[in-house]
Design a protein around this ligand. Sequence first.
Ligand code: KG4
Ligand code: ZN
Length: 345
Amino acid sequence: MRVLGIETSCDETSAAVLSGTGDDVSLESLVILSQDVHRIFGGVVPEIASRAHLTAIVPVVERAIADAGGSPIDAIAVTNAPGLVGALLVGVSYAKALAFARKIPAIGVHHMEGHLFATALEHGNAVPPFTALLVSGGHTLLLDVEAWGRYRVLGRTRDDAAGEAFDKVAKLLGLPYPGGPHVERLANVSECGPLRFSRPMLRRDQTPTDPDFYDVSFSGLKTAALNAVKNAGPDLDSQRGAIARAFQDALIDTLVEKTARAVRQYRRSRVVLGGGVACNATLASAMRERLAPRGVEIFAPSARLATDNAAMIARAGLFHLERGERSPLDLNAFATQVIPGLVAA
Ligand code: KG4
Ligand code: ZN
């Protein structure tokens, strides 16, 4: 089956063509147009994002189809939740119109389920069962994936998403948006000094039945960074690296510990990282350092597939299409929606 994927949930207009069956797929094309305009505002402006998607959607889809050799498409997979509703609606409306015109089926895909499939496009072994850590600008989710379509949500953020925390701390440090890569670069050239932030929601006495055993919270870390910036005062230039390092160390330590708990509890031998923060090489190497000695393999996608892209949507869509699922023509877009296929924790 040859599937066209469309992703417009936030600030990337993306289309991809993927063909194959089951886990044996090949990516024929992937076009990602990032909306750089939001850098001026230091964050995504929803109305501007929707309008930029409108301008880009036709050429991006046409380019993806052309790059794939122009062969006929059998079905269309489109992100319909969660995300910015106006942005999602551009992709959803376009996908439905194209499916109707070509007399082919369309399927709505949950954006976070897409992130779960992204790493498998590059690593043949990044398939269930595995522990998944999805860390993006809008979400932080720890899941146990026993099979495609069977997801157990173990933990999530109580406040800021991991990427959001990176972006906010970057802003406090006077770094450009999106801040994650800038904070990582700065942290990695800074020594681990005396400045240390306490690890959020991490205590020795937590047990698997505690609601915060797997959950994370990053807003306190943001406040700690703010206080450090205030304390530095006019000396911020010489302190910036130490603050970035203390922040990144605390955030990564927390994510690694929570992931290690899930791996232990569900006896998994694979960890799959996804979402924009999975671009953070320090996170992946800290995971490896902690879990490789226990025989656990860590899979992180390349930057192109870690951040928002339509290839992962086409891949998740293929899974649902192969199960005979189809979305009706009144498929709608939703700002929030639970990931499909949840099993009890
Ligand atoms: O998945 P994504 O492209 O978009 C959302 O669905 O949110 O993730 C974007 C997020 C941003 O917050 C960005 O700062 C973060 O991913 N990010 C990073 C790194 N590269 C991107 N965070 C930490 N370290 C990085 N190297
Ligand atoms: Zn995303």
